[in-house]
Design a binder for this molecule. Structure first.
Ligand code: FAQ
Length: 328
């Protein structure tokens, strides 16, 4: 897809002090002028490494994110919902393809990224390590997880790395359909029977803490934000993104008559920022490091898919394959 030609083996040091100062200054000047950095342009090793880490994690999140919703395709209520959910899940996997291609431009082969995912070396979004017990869980993901993803991705689409930004532009366009679909599903539950309303309220109670974690650790303890903001990979801090999500979606949740399970949640009218109970960052760390309710199951499914799909990938690699036309 892109002709990067850089190899991942090149990494030796994280330190930007070892970079050529003139090249680094020119690189940073380009970024501050709002220019896009392209795969064949000079870039500091740390910029490359950070981008690979972040884009790869994002790609893994899309592919793993397809699993909790995917199990609901056959159980979604009604034919239209089944069709829409199937299209959504397919889109998410497509997003992973776009993102793996963007990460590959930086020199890390896709096979290595997949190996790192299934061997538990790479991370993916915390939210997808929680179970979808009911249809309302699936609706929560389609509306509010997608909403959070859009807040974050719309901002980062204006960032500095060309291939990632172009992938994000396309992803956001598709995600906006998912958001509409998810909102529609939740409105349907909200306007339904008491049992349907209770089902969504119960899902909201369970999903709210992971949703607060979704935007990453608070700025005080975030490791990578500073350098990523300096090089315009992240266009807002984790707390900025969380705040923007709360600004846009808390009123919509309240409007539907649901209760957010945090008694301290309120907007400070003086600062314009939301106040909330500090999320449990120990739980967050446990989940992103492999010890959430569904981590093992999610990776086991990916491992099986990888093994079963191996023959297809091998067949595609043979240059002189002949295609057999089916008889019927
Ligand atoms: N989950 O220093 P920071 C979606 C890790 S797409 C797991 O603040 P950073 C679509 C972080 O990697 C969802 N790990 O990190 C969809 C680092 O660990 P490391 C994904 C997390 O990179 C919808 C450590 O914590 N979106 O949902 C999380 O500056 C529905 C320290 O954190 C993206 O990937 C987390 N939530 O900021 C699909 C967007 N947060 O690597 C299906 C792009 C942090 O040192 C259905 N990524 N960590 O071992 C980003 O914007 C950023 O990477 C953040 C984290 C904001 C996620």
């Amino acid at each position: 897809m892109y002709g990067g030609g850089n190899t991942f083996e090149g990494f030796k040091s994280d330190s930007i002090t070892q970079e050529d100062p003139a090249k680094l200054a020119e690189f940073e000047a380009r970024i501050s002028r709002g220019e896009k950095i392209e795969p064949t342009d000079w870039m500091p090793q740390l910029y490359r490494k950070q981008l690979i880490r972040m884009i790869e994690q994002h790609a893994h999140s899309e592919i793993i994110g397809a699993l909790p919703e995917g199990t609901w395709i056959t159980r979604a209520p009604g034919f239209k919902r089944k069709m829409a959910l199937m299209a959504k899940v397919q889109d998410e996997v497509g997003h992973a393809q776009l993102l793996y291609s963007a990460a590959e431009t930086l020199g890390k082969p896709r096979e290595q990224m997949i190996d790192d995912l299934i061997n538990g070396k790479s991370k993916y979004s915390n939210v997808f390590n929680y179970p979808t017990f009911t249809w309302a869980d699936c609706c929560f993901i389609s509306w509010l997880v997608d909403a959070g993803a859009i807040v974050n991705q719309l901002a980062n689409a204006k960032g500095s790395y060309g291939p990632y930004c172009r992938a994000l532009d396309r992803i956001c366009a598709e995600e906006s359909f998912h958001l509409k679909y998810g909102h529609h599903c939740v409105i349907h539950l909200a306007a339904g029977t008491q049992k349907q309303r209770d089902m969504f309220q119960e899902a909201l109670n369970r999903w709210w803490p992971p949703m607060m974690h979704f935007f990453g650790p608070s700025d005080k303890i975030s490791t990578h934000t500073e350098v990523l903001m300096r090089w315009k990979v992240k266009m807002g801090t984790n707390d900025d993104m969380r705040n923007q999500f709360l600004d846009m979606y808390v009123p919509k949740i309240w409007e539907l008559g649901f209760t957010i399970p945090d008694q301290n949640l309120k907007k400070n009218t003086e600062t314009g920022r939301w106040e909330y109970t500090e999320p449990d960052w120990d739980e967050f760390k446990r989940v992103i490091n492999g010890d959430g309710p569904c981590n093992k199951e999610r990776l086991a499914v990916r491992r099986i898919a990888e093994e079963r799909g191996k023959w297809v990938r091998e067949a595609l690699k043979v240059p002189k394959s002949t295609y057999v036309t089916p008889l019927a």
